[in-house]
Design a protein around this ligand. Structure first.
Ligand code: GUN
Length: 572
């Protein structure tokens, strides 16, 4: 039900396939209160909503709403034909204290009214709750998740992760929830943290949950509705957001931006991001009647939210999400503190880093220095002969190879020059990419470089007539070919460079079919997502080669789907 199509670190672009349509993640589900409609369904869709979230408890408690919902279903009640998620009443228990409903009662009701995604009635754990009580509450939540999991019928089940501020409980909660068949994992109990601008603990809680969650399923951040947080939350591996904030903020004349919130009273000018009403000015907006003004501001808040989501998606395509997150974190002192969390967790985060990105990484400030790409490669060459502004001395031969390729830094690179293609350059890149010695290995014999006559770029390396590697000139790194895969296999030991697959499915890989996560028995833990790799059986028979499209850590966390995009197999 969840297909991941692209990643950047922990962030992913995916699709949740519900019976009323697809949610392309990351996305925001605007909260629809069936009693008070701030915006119409058409307006929500216009702003960019693909799905909505509403509250089954509110519907259940209101006799008129309940009757319509039972008769026409939740889609008929709110008049939305796309995906609908419902919450369970837990948030009402946080706001008002006790609520009167049993977990199984609200689950049955969600099934009855035909929701696409229903939520377990979890126990809302407050950030102040002490460890012992938080643990007890968690036991109860898990019991309810397991019971709901058995009786969910054909709705998708959202199993909330609680645990308050206790990070070990969060990880434990995530591990327990992952043993069920729940389709979605919302991280709960975080609204009070966001309301108090406690973003440091919010980031810690998300990371602690992610450490225990099955990475093949989508993660929802409950009540996260401020666009200032979307890039960070996506960066930490959240896929879905929901919030009533767009409407709540509007009701007190507050406008949301990716850099903060402004009350209409404080504004002298409408920032460029405002697009909810053409020709609008601060003066005109202030002069509007309350209801109309509220609607325009709610629209603004949602439009800004969805624009930010599109910005994040583009950043994931570009491989520039770190850069975007850094910029967003500089918006306030409370957000700046999140840099400390990233620094403390850098080892864990680095396990999801790719072998290369589409665009060259950029430093946006001193905080960028903690990024694995900069710490792992700075001043790491003995044979450097040109100075890179980020990486210190690097060999000129790597001047067109990721991440040294100048990108936007062209003017800052001292002595940067295009190198001619020769075997020495090829060897330096091979050593950098695959490890010392591979350059010599791939060039021992009669080498031939196939160079494009038109562009003067290297295309292929042949050795004794065999195709060893091709060059991807966009990233300046090599792509394995049959001869290279055979050499790597012959001259390295298990499990280096290897993805070890179940011998029965290896037959498919020999025919060039891709490797799927569930058939992997072992993997070289040094490999990074997007690395070139070879596919072998447990007896180390070489069956195929290609590109790894998951990180070894994700495999450990239960990732599913394609693992190696096989370029070719070795048929017997
Ligand atoms: N909405 C905001 N926070 C929560 C939470 O912790 N649980 C549920 N079910 N809904 C929420």
């Amino acid at each position: 039900m969840f297909e991941i199509n692209k990643r950047d670190g922990l962030a992913r672009l995916g699709k949740i396939k519900t019976s009323h349509g697809i949610l392309e993640t990351p996305t925001l589900l605007p909260v629809v209160n069936p009693k008070i409609l701030t915006l119409s369904m058409e307006e929500l869709a216009e702003c960019g909503a693909q799905g909505i979230i509403t509250n089954s408890y509110i519907i259940y408690k209101n006799p008129e709403l309940k009757e319509v919902a039972e008769e026409k279903g939740v889609h008929g009640l709110v008049n939305w034909s796309g995906p609908i998620m419902t919450d369970s009443g837990t948030f009402q228990s946080h706001v008002y204290g006790e609520i009167e409903i049993k977990p199984e009662e609200i689950l049955e009701f969600q099934k009855k009214i035909g929701v696409d995604i229903g939520t377990v009635l979890d126990v809302f754990c407050e950030p102040e709750t002490r460890f012992e009580q938080a643990k007890e509450e968690l036991t109860e939540t898990q019991k309810r998740i397991e019971l709901a999991d058995k009786n969910k019928g054909n709705i998708f089940l959202a199993a909330p992760i609680q645990g308050g501020r206790h990070l070990d409980l969060r990880t434990k909660a995530a591990e327990m929830a992952s043993t069920t068949n729940a389709e979605i994992f919302p991280i709960g109990g975080v609204v009070p943290m966001m309301e108090k601008n406690h973003f440091k603990i919010l980031a810690e809680v998300i990371i602690a949950a992610k450490k225990g969650l099955d990475s093949s399923r989508p993660v929802h951040l409950f009540g996260c509705g401020h666009p200032i947080l979307f890039a960070l939350a996506t960066f930490l591996g959240c896929d879905l957001f929901d919030s009533a904030s767009y409407a709540k903020f509007a009701s007190r004349d507050s406008l949301m931006f990716t850099w903060g919130t402004r009350n209409l009273d404080e504004l002298e000018e409408l920032p460029g991001e405002f697009s909810a009403a053409p020709g609008m000015t601060v003066k005109k907006l202030k002069g509007l009647e309350k209801k109309e003004r509220q609607k325009i501001i709610a629209k603004h808040n949602l439009r800004v939210s969805f624009a930010e989501i599109r910005r994040i998606k583009q950043a994931i395509h570009d491989g520039l999400l770190w850069e975007l997150v850094e910029t967003r974190l500089r918006a306030s002192p409370a957000l700046m503190k999140v840099f400390d969390v990233i620094k403390n967790e850098i080892e864990w985060i680095s396990q999801f880093e790719p072998a290369y990105r589409y665009k060259t990484p950029l430093k946006t400030g001193v905080e960028s220095d903690i990024r694995p790409i900069f710490t792992s490669l700075t001043n790491s060459f003995d044979n450097g002969n040109m100075t890179h502004p980020y990486f210190g001395k690097i060999p000129t031969y790597l001047s067109e190879t990721y991440p040294f390729h100048p990108g936007l830094l062209q003017e800052d690179l001292e002595g940067w020059r295009m190198e001619e293609w020769g075997i020495e350059r090829v060897k330096v890149i091979l050593d950098y990419q695959f490890g010392n010695g591979i350059g010599d290995l791939f060039a021992k014999g009669n080498t031939e470089l196939v160079i494009s006559r038109k562009t003067k770029r290297l295309r292929n390396l042949l050795l004794d007539g065999k195709h060893i590697v091709s060059l991807s000139h966009r990233r300046g790194l090599f792509i394995l070919q049959e001869g290279g895969a055979e050499l790597l296999h012959k001259h390295s030991k298990m499990p280096q460079f290897r993805v070890v697959v179940n011998p029965e499915t290896a037959e498919f890989n020999k025919n060039g079919k891709s490797v799927f996560c569930k058939f992997i028995e072992d993997i070289d833990s040094e490999l990074k997502i997007m690395d070139e790799c070879i596919v072998v059986t447990p007896d180390d028979e070489l069956v195929a080669f290609g590109k790894l499209v998951v990180s070894p850590k994700e495999l450990e966390l239960g990732q599913q789907g394609m693992a190696v995009r096989v370029r070719a197999g070795f048929e017997n």
